[in-house]
Structures are given as structure tokens and as C-alpha cells.
Design a protein around this ligand. Structure first.
Ligand code: 7TS
Length: 421
């Protein structure tokens, strides 16, 4: 076909739609039967499944490239180092960071936040200072700050959340004070699905000279994240929630802050030279990566981010939004079911409770139907308590879910209702 004919044809044909059937075929685990029923996987917020391309990238690395990084002159060590550093460059591009020096590989979001609390926190926070979080944080963005406060005499403050799950921005603004040293908030809530107004939060904090850490664990898999556009100072995420392996994640840190931060773990790779009395530390970002890193994990993460880029983050977000709207409508129509978290800006999470049924029973009955959801406090106990709940049931969507998954969820919940009356 001539170029002109191709252009004419593409102008005439309808907009390409998201091919969820093809996406599903790329995730081998989705072909499994669970309890004799085809798997409906609705727990991607806890851990997403991995496409073949990620599994193959790891296999290729392990079978043809593996050696330790940054230390050998031999070919394999150089190949492994290249693969590892190439993955860092992919993360940089994915977050639109200015430089790969701003990307530190960690085990995941939890370790990224602990790194900031231990390194930046201990050198910038003292008695009487305050760290400002919100009530909807995952424990990973609460406990490290409590530990920092206990060690330094600082205080942890938390901005409340409105009954629909949105942040009370007025209260947040009032809690931001001359004592605030850091704002640390989720980009997207794992328990409620709320997308926080991070740009506005950064704007308010920066107006007072306060840096902002964003917990991006639930944002990175579902929407475009541009750390320069958001202008945040730290951004943390986990590989296993974005179709990559467990045990790997990344911390973005603005170079001017990272350059002034002390190392938090000592050991090999983070030094330039070591004497018995003292050592000199390595350059960014290796100064923050003591010991042999998770090399194949980084390679897998790089492949996962490239996979997401290949589907298109806008296309994934649009597809998941359609599922979210469908699930919200269908679940709202079920008798004695209440959605928890109805913010106007939401990512692909539907949390709910059913009158007279414990969430764990919902989860167990759905599992017998082959449907995987998460039940419990979702490691976000303060927000559960604020809603007067011990637990919810949570269905979360990924790039591979489809309308049939929502149908199966609704059928499963109808069965739950029948069993419990
Ligand atoms: N922050 C948020 C917002 C999260 O959702 C999670 C994990 C974490 C931090 C911690 O990530 P990790 O990879 O370091 O463990 N959230 C969940 C969840 O919702 N269900 O299981 C894990």
C-alpha cells in the first residue's frame, strides 16, 4: 500500500480500540483455572501479574548475561552492568526525571520511603518539627515517619479525609505550618482509589519551602507520571504493582536533595575508597545502593515499564476507567452493598462492604468461584478506622481486566447475598 493510501485508510478507519483480548493473551497466568473456574484476577493493587515479555526478559538475562555489576572487567560483568543501568534509564524515562542520577533502585515503595526517612529525615528533622501525611496512607507511608519522629522528637500530623474519600484540602492547608519539614502523601490511595490533587499539594508545600514525597505505588500502573511536571521532590514506586517482579522498585529524588543526603546503608558498591578509619562515598545514585542489587529484578522492571509504554498509559487509564465506571454502576445496584470511597477522581479500585457479611467471607466465597479480590484493612488501618470499619472487600483492576470480569464479580456477589440472606 502506498503511504498516501495508508494515511487515507487510517483517516477513514475508526480510532484503534484497546485490544484487551490480546493483552490478556500476553499474561499466561490468566489462562489458569482456580477451583475449577476460569481465574478472574481482581487484586492487581496488591500485586499485578506479569506478561510473557517480562518473564522472558528475566530469563534472557539469567541465562545469558548474569554476573555481578559494577565490579568486573570481564565481559559478563560488563553485560550485566549495562542491563542494570539500561533499566535505570528506562525508569528515568518512564518518570521523566531529568537524570538517571536521580533514580535509586530499592526493594520497593516501602524501602524507598524508609530510605528518605532515614537519610533525608535524620539530617533535616529535629525536635518540634512536623511531618505532614494524610489519613489515607498505606502503612509504608506512616510507620517510617513515626520511627523518624520517635528518633528525633518530631511530630507526625495527618490531614483528614472527607466522607467520599477525598482529601480535605482546607484542613491540609491549615496543618501545613512553619514547623512542617516534609509532606508525604499517596498519589493514589490503595484502600479507596482516590487520586490525590498532588500538583496542588506540591504547590502549597513548595510555597512554604517544604519538600514533598509522593507514594506512587498505586499511581504508576494506572496513569502517566511526570515528576518534572508534578515538581515533587521524592517519588516512590514498586515493580510488582506495575507488571514487574517483586523485590524491586525505585525512588526518584531531586538531584539537589539527593546530592546532600548521607548514605543510609554502608557496604560495597556505595563507596569509592575505604580505609579502616573512614571511607569516601560513591557518586549518585550508587551511594544509595549498598551491596549487590537485584539485577534481574531491575531488568524485569525495565521490561515491565516498556510493556506499559507499548500499551500506552493513556490507553490503559481510559480502559481501566471504563471498567471502574461499569463496576461502580453494577455494584451500586446490588442490595445492601455500600461502596467505600466515591471520590470524583478515582483510579481502578472499588472498595465495598456488604450488610451482614464479613469481608473475609465475601473473599472466600468469591475465591470458590475463581475470583481473586483482597479483603482486610489493606495496610491502611487509619483510614479504615476513620470510616468506622475494620475491613473492606476490594476489587482492583489492571490492564488485562475486561467487562466479563465485572460480570463474574457481580454474579459472585449475588451468590454471596443469596448465601447470607
Ligand atoms: N504504598 C501504597 C499506596 C501501596 O498500595 C503499597 C502496597 C505500598 C505502599 C507498599 O508497597 P510494597 O511494594 O513496598 O509492599 N499495597 C498493597 C495493597 O494494597 N495490598 O497489598 C499491598
Amino acid at each position: 500500500m502506498s503511504t498516501n493510501a495508508a494515511v487515507a485508510r487510517s483517516a477513514l478507519s475508526p480510532k484503534p480500540t484497546y485490544d484487551v483480548a490480546r493483552v490478556r493473551s500476553e499474561f499466561p497466568i490468566l489462562a489458569r483455572q482456580i477451583n475449577g473456574k476460569p481465574l478472574v484476577y481482581l487484586d492487581s493493587a496488591a500485586s499485578s501479574q506479569r506478561p510473557l515479555t517480562v518473564l522472558r526478559a528475566i530469563e534472557l538475562y539469567e541465562t545469558t548475561m548474569h554476573a555481578n555489576v559494577h565490579r568486573g572487567v570481564h565481559t559478563l560483568s560488563q553485560t550485566a552492568t549495562e542491563a542494570f543501568e539500561n533499566a535505570r534509564e528506562i525508569v528515568r524515562r518512564f518518570l521523566n526525571a531529568r537524570s538517571a542520577r536521580e533514580i535509586v533502585f530499592v526493594r520497593g515503595t516501602t524501602e524507598a520511603i524508609n530510605l528518605v526517612a532515614n537519610s533525608w529525615g535524620r539530617s533535616h528533622v529535629g525536635p518540634g518539627d512536623e511531618i505532614l501525611i494524610t489519613y489515607l496512607e498505606h502503612h509504608a507511608n506512616i510507620v517510617p515517619w513515626q520511627m523518624l519522629c520517635a528518633a528525633t522528637g518530631a511530630q507526625l500530623r495527618a490531614a483528614p479525609v472527607r466522607p467520599n474519600g477525598e482529601l480535605d484540602l482546607e484542613a491540609f492547608r491549615e496543618l501545613l505550618s512553619a514547623r512542617t519539614r516534609l509532606v508525604a502523601v499517596a498519589h493514589v490511595s490503595n484502600a479507596l482509589g482516590t487520586i490525590l490533587p498532588v500538583q496542588e499539594i506540591v504547590h502549597l508545600a513548595h510555597a512554604r519551602g517544604v519538600p514533598v514525597l509522593l507514594d506512587g505505588a498505586q499511581a504508576v500502573p494506572h496513569q502517566t507520571v511526570d515528576v518534572q511536571a508534578i515538581d515533587c521532590d521524592f517519588y516512590a514506586f514498586s515493580g510488582h504493582k506495575v507488571y514487574g517482579p517483586t523485590g524491586i522498585g525505585a525512588l526518584y529524588a531531586r538531584e539537589s536533595l539527593l546530592a546532600a543526603m548521607p548514605p543510609w546503608q554502608g557496604g560495597g558498591d556505595m563507596i569509592l575508597s575505604v580505609g579502616i578509619e573512614s571511607s569516601t562515598y560513591n557518586e549518585l545514585p550508587w551511594r544509595f545502593e549498598a551491596g549487590t542489587p537485584n539485577i534481574s529484578g531491575a531488568v524485569g522492571l525495565g521490561a515491565a515499564l516498556e510493556y506499559v509504554e507499548s500499551l500506552g498509559r493513556t490507553a490503559i487509564a481510559a480502559h481501566e476507567h471504563t471498567l471502574l465506571e461499569l463496576a461502580t454502576e453494577r455494584l451500586s445496584a446490588l442490595p445492601r452493598l455500600k461502596l467505600i470511597g466515591t471520590a470524583s477522581a478515582k483510579a481502578a479500585v472499588v472498595s465495598f462492604v456488604m450488610d451482614g457479611v464479613h469481608p473475609h467471607d465475601i473473599g472466600t466465597i468469591l475465591d470458590s468461584e475463581g475470583i481473586a479480590i483482597r479483603t482486610g484493612h489493606h495496610c491502611a488501618m487509619p483510614i479504615m478506622e476513620a470510616f468506622g470499619l475494620a475491613a473492606t472487600a476490594r476489587a482492583s483492576f489492571g490492564c488485562y481486566n475486561n467487562a466479563e470480569d465485572v460480570d463474574r464479580l457481580v454474579e459472585g456477589l449475588q451468590k454471596v447475598r443469596k448465601l447470607f440472606g
